[in-house]
Write a protein that binds this ligand. Structure first.
Ligand SMILES: [Zn+2]
Length: 352
């Protein structure tokens, strides 16, 4: 699929190769009952000033994750060619139908963009977006910053995230930027939850350095954490040489390194009910510690089901919707790594 010769059906009116600030859309063709010839417009801004680092900035990979969308909507307006050395491609709402509906997946086709790479040029709207991004956009850039959050259903410790891949050079270059990002947590992830269908995998296939964020989420916007992420992003863009002068106004803060446990080690509900959490974000938990209780509204006389952690760690995200179905994740954990960013420690998962 990676070398699929079928050309993308997505078209654009922006210019990627000319200096200046260019605004326009990626147009994803669709054909429906009430409109035979139509397209989904995805707003895009390209700011280019000569040779230099080439960077793709993405929000709205998931439509209900708002912090990154706001950061990049602002950047689409204030970033000028004289601020830039190289190229910035800014897409604040990548999965545009999901962004407009405030949903994780697209209302057009149910597509979860971050589970659809490498996409399909002849597929659904979401598959076409994934294919265009992997084949057309990733070939134009050296770095991707993909801004996520907990969305409507989850809350995360505010984190900058690096995922390990087979290419250790790419991984080390990503790790080297985490101190500068300076979010409260730097999360090292071994294997994306989306596997080779994720944007992480697409970037690894194309040899692109990628860092993402997980901001709090909860279907809302935590301004302090959003502003902190924007400042961190601006510091990193300056460090890699994409900004001609520092735009960040705040110094970085110390960050705590955590290696996320695998998705199989997260805690999932085994039945359907109302979940009462017994721990909170950032808590250090032990194996078999009570995580929460599942209550059964259809059977008040039944004792609640106790859900317990499988292994010790730090709670890095939690489900925030109380009504919980069988199989849904309620907590995610990780291992704290020693404070300094020694590469071997991150590779080896040396825990405190
Ligand atoms: Zn997301």
């Amino acid at each position: 699929m990676q070398n699929n010769p079928v050309k993308s059906r997505v078209w654009t009116n922006v210019r990627f190769d000319e200096d200046g600030r260019h605004i326009g859309h990626l147009s994803v063709p669709i054909s429906e009952n009430e409109t035979g010839y139509a397209h989904v417009p995805i707003p895009i801004t390209v700011v280019k000033n000569g040779p230099g680092p080439r960077v793709l900035l993405i929000g709205g990979n998931h439509g209900d994750e708002y912090e990154g969308q706001i950061i990049l909507l602002k950047m689409s307006r204030y970033l000028k060619p004289e601020d830039v050395v190289g190229t910035a491609i800014i897409i604040p709402g990548l999965n545009a139908p999901a962004v407009e509906h405030g949903t994780r997946v697209s209302p057009l086709d149910g597509g979860n963009l971050n589970r659809m790479f490498p996409g399909n040029p002849r597929g659904t709207a979401t598959e076409m977006i994934a294919h265009y991004l992997e084949t057309e956009l990733l070939s134009r850039v050296d770095y991707v910053f993909d801004l996520h959050s907990g969305g409507r259903a989850m809350e995360y410790l505010p984190s900058a995230v690096v995922c390990e891949g087979d290419d250790s050079d790419l991984h080390q270059r990503s790790l080297a930027l985490l101190d500068t990002f300076g979010l409260p947590v730097s999360l090292i992830v071994e294997g994306s939850t989306g596997g080779d269908l994720s944007m992480v995998a697409a970037c690894q296939r194309r040899g692109v350095v990628r860092i993402s964020t997980e901001m709090p989420g909860r279907g809302s916007v935590a301004k302090i954490e959003m502003d902190r992420a924007e400042q961190g992003l601006l510091r990193v863009l300056h460090e890699i040489g994409m900004l001609s002068h520092a735009l960040a106004t705040e110094e970085r803060s110390p960050t705590k390194y955590i290696r996320r446990h695998s998705a199989r080690e997260f805690l999932y509900s085994s039945e359907t009910g109302v979940f009462e959490p017994c721990v909170d974000l950032g808590d250090t938990v032990s194996a078999d510690q009570l995580a929460g209780r599942l209550h059964f509204t259809h059977n008040p006389w039944r004792e609640p089901l106790e859900l317990r952690f499988k292994k010790p760690g730090v709670v890095i995200f939690k489900r925030v919707l109380a009504r919980t179905h069988k199989g849904e994740c309620v907590f995610g954990t990780g291992d704290a790594i020693r404070g300094s960013l020694e590469k071997d420690e991150c590779q080896g998962g040396d825990t405190l």
